[in-house]
Design a protein around this ligand. Structure first.
Ligand SMILES: [Ca+2]
Length: 485
């Protein structure tokens, strides 16, 4: 089926689909985690403990092949929350405020707000630095309390008090390492961690009586660096399963891919050279399990609330994370490690709960899906495709998805293939089924010429110029206004 015929079919099934839930509009509990890759039990990873995510997957729908629209915090979140690709908005990196660049954008929380919902949030929903989360997005919002204010720049978090570094910092023992790339146990009770406070606040929200339907967003920071977690979560991992990372894995990768892998290479080099690889993997696993426990607390609060039966739960991560694969830490690549994320939707109206949907889907699909599930008008600028057919039928079709990193670099994904094309024409092609680690680049093999052409037609034709970065503006936090310099 070509692209046009496919979109027509999709439009048809959309028109035919009745509301999933009858008259009363459902609430939404929208929980995100940060930099959580696919090291999750229900996604088939052995060696991690994620009982709460796994339980949510059993009671809802796990999209086991979900990918971010962009493998980095701000562009991924901006894409999900505006419903538009980076190649459409020009928001490609963490230095670009979306608001002054897209003053007319109606984000997901705004759309709920404009359609009779009570809209509340806590933690990192938009990107976490000042200016990414305008107060008019919400009726009420609990700003994130960070666990690392001793080295953060004050202008990034004007609402967080700067405090002296705790004794023993950096806890990972790596001197002159980037401050944020730390891990360890903070000397405070679990309930005092920033993410725990966000969950507390949101749990309190669920105890209140709400006259209107609500959209409640809770953005957890974990397992993002610094990977600070209570000791009990480190204790879950006396042994860790290490990633398999062949040293020659980059040999068949074109120039731009090499450059993306080399970004912050020094951190990988030092982690390996100073014997910290295992420890860092353990901290990541501990942080995943901490995030999982916090999700569990959030779900328990929902289950004991008056809203347990009429609330759609969406759980997602903004991007993945490398732990030394392709000699890389961090995200910002177009490989599986960076683009594959957990995505679960649970709640009223789901058919065949517990049966994973293996079709490739995008985080861009979340906005139109929620419009449909909650009976909100579909906005015409949304570039994702509703997941409602998949929520009703595990065998429904879904189109290939695209992940974009920086202008003109795209990955097109189907269940079988990942085709990457960089702005300079460099290419990679992986057989995702037979080569899940993406070790063998097949792009140069002539037998795949027509496959590459077919996959390329899904890539955006327009690659918007990057919008101005923060240095182009004077920003006033108190009034939340921007002025071009
Ligand atoms: Ca992130």
């Amino acid at each position: 089926m070509n692209r046009r015929a496919f979109l027509k079919t999709v439009a048809g099934s959309l028109a035919a689909s009745a509301s999933l839930h009858g008259g009363q509009r459902p609430n939404v509990l929208f929980v995100s985690v940060d930099d959580m890759n696919d090291w999750v039990g229900c996604l088939g990873y052995q060696g991690v403990r994620t009982p709460n995510i796994d339980r949510l997957a059993r009671r809802g729908v796990l999209f086991s092949n979900a990918h971010c629209a962009a493998p980095l915090c701000n562009p991924s979140r901006t894409a999900l929350l505006t419903g538009m690709r980076p190649s459409t908005t020009g928001v490609y990196n963490n230095e670009q405020w979306w608001r002054p660049a897209l003053p007319g954008a109606v984000t997901l929380p705004m759309h709920f707000k404009q359609n009779g919902y009570h809209v509340a949030g806590a933690g990192k929903v938009f990107h976490h630095v000042a200016g990414f989360n305008p107060p008019d997005q919400w009726h009420e919002f609990q700003l994130q309390i960070f666990d690392d204010p001793w080295y953060r720049r004050v202008e990034w978090y004007p609402w967080v008090k700067k405090i002296p570094a705790p004794p023993g910092h950096p806890f990972n023992g790596l001197e002159n390492f980037p401050g944020e790339f730390d891990w360890g146990v903070l000397d405070k009770p679990e309930a005092e961690y920033g993410d725990a406070k966000a969950v507390d606040w949101a749990s309190g929200f669920l105890e209140r009586r709400h006259k209107q339907p609500f959209f409640l967003a809770v953005g957890l920071w974990h397992p993002h660096i610094p990977m600070f977690a209570p000791k009990s979560y480190f204790d879950l991992y006396p042994e860790v399963r290490m990633p398999v990372a062949p040293e020659d894995d980059l040999n068949d990768i074109p120039r731009v891919g090499q450059e993306l892998a080399a970004f912050r290479r020094e951190e990988h080099r030092r982690i390996v050279a100073e014997g910290k690889w295992k420890e860092a993997v353990r901290a990541y696993l501990a942080s995943i399990s901490f995030a999982d426990a916090l999700l569990g607390r959030m779900l328990a609060a929902l289950d004991r609330s008056a809203y347990a039966r009429n609330t759609i739960v969406v759980f997602w991560s903004d991007n993945g994370w490398h732990l030394g694969e392709k000699q890389h830490w961090h995200k910002s690549t177009l490989w599986e490690r960076s683009t594959h994320v957990p995505l679960i939707i649970a709640g009223p109206g789901i058919r065949a709960p517990g049966a994973p949907r293996r079709q490739t889907v995008s985080l861009l699909d979340v906005y139109p899906t929620l419009c449909e599930l909650c009976g909100l008008p579909m906005r015409k600028e949304l570039e994702g495709e509703t997941l409602s057919p998949l929520l009703r039928d595990p065998k429904a079709r879904h189109r290939p998805v695209i992940s974009t990193h920086e202008p003109g670099n795209h990955a097109a994904l189907t269940e079988r293939w990942r085709y990457i094309r960089y702005h300079d024409g460099g290419e990679e092609l992986y057989d995702r089924v037979n080569d899940p680690n993406e070790w063998k680049n097949l792009a140069a093999d002539p037998q795949y010429e027509s496959l590459k052409k077919e996959l390329a037609q899904w890539m955006p034709k327009n690659n918007a110029r990057p919008v101005p970065e923060r240095t182009a503006y004077d920003f006033d936090f108190a009034s939340h206004t921007w002025r071009r310099k």
